[in-house]
Design a protein around this ligand. Sequence first.
Ligand code: KG4
Ligand code: ZN
Length: 336
Amino acid sequence: MLILGIESSCDETAASIVGDCRTIKSSVISTQIEEHKKYGGVVPEIASRRHCENILGVTRKALDDAGVTLADIDAVAVTYAPGLIGALLVGVSFAKSLAMSAGKPLVPVHHIAGHIATNYLTHPQLEPPYLCLVASGGHSHIIEVLSYTRFRVVGRTRDDAAGECFDKCARAMGFPYPGGVHVDQAAQTGDPTAFRLPKPTVAGNEFDLSFSGLKTSVINLIHNSQQKGIKLNYNDLSASIQSTISEVLTDRTIRAAEALGYRKVALAGGVSANSGVRAALSAACADKGFEFYMPEKSLCGDNGAMIACQGSYNFLAGITADESLNAIATLSMDEI
Ligand code: KG4
Ligand code: ZN
């Protein structure tokens, strides 16, 4: 079985061919980071326009790199939610037309389910059920992966996502967009105990997360120091931010795993590339005797292979869409 996966939910135009659910035959990613960097964040209209320009070329290259033609493909999978609406619409419209003209089934994929699937591409032996922490620029979720296509959200951020917190703190320190990776780099030589930062707790659901308090406290710290002419050590501050975020994410995930009886834990999403988060969750799982899975670094950010992989499982489960498929900007995993 060969599935073409198309991703355009944010600032990466991506397409990939995946065979037999887990074998990447090709993966092409056209990133717009350099363009959005000028503005310090993603400009939605620019993102849509670049997707429009690039999507055909990226898809053609994915087919060529895999040495196949559209006729060889079993289905066209596409991210339809959640994300920037104008960006999603480009991918959905394109995938719909492609599927219709080639006479192939169309398979809708939820972006977060796609991130979770990066672990199937990395670990051939991984099978549901397990608990997955998904932390990205737009989402921070603790999710029960009940089967390849059924999910239950048990914890979520009440405000900012972990990636957003990394990026906003990075911006305040003057690092370029997207700042998460720069915080990670600076943290390598910093002291994680140098700054005591707030570790937010939220009332109500004990597995929910909150990062806006941490973000605000870091931004205030930086601005106050700048006003007083004090130069903070950004390596130490980065290490302190990273260890605080890693600790909070790890604590909630481990608590949820214990409470729900999971001994298999996975990590996914753009923030799963973070060295602190990878190390903290992997150490905590080892300590508890849990199996732990994380995607290889090249699959952590948005890509087409994750959509093709999850699209394969959706297709096998009979999840297809007709010509009325639309893009949805906000859609919880509980609703799919
Ligand atoms: O999954 P993703 O590519 O896009 C969304 O679906 O949101 O995640 C992007 C997020 C950004 O916030 C980016 O700064 C963050 O992932 N990120 C990192 C690292 N690499 C990417 N955050 C911390 N450390 C990293 N090494
Ligand atoms: Zn993503």
